[in-house]
Write a protein that binds this ligand. Structure first.
Ligand SMILES: *Cc1c(COP(=O)(O)O)cnc(C)c1O
Length: 421
């Protein structure tokens, strides 16, 4: 099936006479007829639902839909994108291990990796998103367990050369994790280019309506964890009655391990109601992505023609440094997000933002409504100027997230605000 169809039909098929719409299982727990039957599910938790701290039927249907859209074998929803990033790493790295990350990543992820994971004894080694294979290779250490990157970076819109990072990862017997939040599987399926694990903040385009924060981790099912680098996958898990993930769950050892160890212990799982709302967003994802992209391209071209911006970063513009990579990895469109640096610096940026009437000033992006943000004074304010520049963010940068309003109205709003500067 194609994406438009998967968005509507994957993950849930009504039984004869059953509800057309996937029901909300708003229940902490699930009842069994006997102690033995509960015991059987503990032996193999993929067989039924026990407790909504790690599985729930409504969320399960959403996980199947997202896994299908990405071309993976299994997925696990999390209560936020941050939790998806954290668990994607902790499922591979123990204290004393390291991993490599592209420096061009979302500010929250950067802080998680550079500060909080460091406190837990997991070292993140950053590399430039445009580093050569040799440069990336030179950062690999015997304890390096993964490589991480963001397909289309928030907010600097740099495009990750997924195949390049995958080659280095696989040469060293470690998986590549890709944060695919901005493209969504509609614009890019990182597994097709060698990524092994995909994560998302579903708070953005997937939910699409700014209803709720959430995340997801998807397992391609292709990485070989029996290669000697991952004893936690191949040796009995004494905390789970001797389960050997690669032996007992060979179809998706990564996601089953993440659920049975990390989700069980951390308990950052969405409710049935959350799964229901996320599914509602996913139903229109493919059709919405098309429109975000066409609205954004027109808006980016308008921005470029005003002559009032030092930089208009949108990888769909021919002038963009990442145009060629975007044509390869994001040929159907480059999302609705545009990065702008206005002439006149920070002051002009703030005037421009405050003059907008339709576009709202808020800490959000990839919403159905047009919204705008100044990262240096909001999402990225914890970063030093040096860190800002390292992750591709000019202190005067404005993130303009084009919504699904009529593009003429979006452009008219920009025009009236620019006229006032
Ligand atoms: C927002 C975002 C996150 C964090 O997700 P939350 O749902 O806000 O926790 C991670 N990665 C990217 C690319 C994001 O845009």
């Amino acid at each position: 099936m194609k994406d438009n169809t998967k968005c509507l039909h994957s993950g849930y098929t009504p039984v004869n006479g059953g509800p057309r719409v996937m029901p909300i299982y708003q229940s902490t727990t699930f009842r069994f007829n006997s102690t033995k039957e509960i015991g059987d599910v503990f032996d193999d938790p993929t067989k039924a639902h026990i407790y909504t701290r790690f599985t729930n039927p409504t969320v399960d249907a959403v996980e199947k839909k997202i896994a299908d859209l990405e071309g993976g074998v299994a997925a696990m929803c999390t209560s936020s994108g941050q939790m998806a990033s954290l668990m994607s790493i902790l499922n591979l790295c123990n204290s004393g291990d390291s991993f490599i990350s592209s420096a061009s990543i979302y500010g929250g992820t950067l802080n998680l990796f550079a500060v909080t994971l460091k406190k837990l004894g997991v070292e993140c080694i950053f590399v430039d998103v445009d580093a050569t294979e040799e440069e990336i290779q030179s950062k690999i250490k015997p304890n390096t367990k993964a490589i991480f990157g963001e397909t289309l970076t928030n907010p600097s819109l740099q495009v990750l050369d997924i195949e390049k990072f995958a080659r280095v990862a696989h040469k060293n017997g470690i998986p590549l994790i890709v944060d695919n939040t901005f493209p969504t599987p509609i614009l890019c399926k990182p597994f097709e280019y060698g990524a092994d694990i995909v994560i998302h903040s579903t708070s953005k385009y997937m939910d699409g309506h700014a209803l709720q924060v959430g995340g997801v981790i998807v397992d391609s099912g292709k990485f070989d964890y029996t290669n000697g680098n991952f004893p936690d996958f191949t040796e009995p898990d004494e905390s789970y009655h001797g389960t050997v993930y690669t032996r007992d769950y060979s179809f998706a050892p990564y996601i089953v391990k993440a659920r049975m160890q990390l989700m069980r212990d951390f308990g950052a799982y969405p409710s049935g109601n959350s799964g229901f709302l996320l599914n509602l967003g996913l139903e229109t994802l493919a059709i919405r992505m098309e429109k975000y992209c066409s609205n954004a391209l027109k808006t980016a071209q308008y921005f470029e023609n005003t002559g009032k911006f030092e930089v208009v970063d949108y990888p769909g513009l021919k002038s963009n440094k990442y145009y060629e990579l975007a044509q390869k990895y994001l040929p159907k469109g480059q999302s609705g997000v545009i990065s702008l640096t206005i002439k006149g610096g920070k002051e002009a940026a703030i005037k421009f933002m405050d003059g907008l009437k339709l576009a709202s000033n808020e800490v959000h992006v990839a919403d159905i409504r047009t919204c705008v943000l100044h990262p240096a004074s909001a999402t990225h304010r914890q970063l030093t100027d040096e860190q800002l520049v390292n992750c591709g963010i000019n202190p005067g940068l404005v993130r303009f997230s084009v919504g699904l309003e009529d593009v003429d109205d979006i452009i008219a709003d920009i025009e009236q605000s620019l006229a006032k500067i």
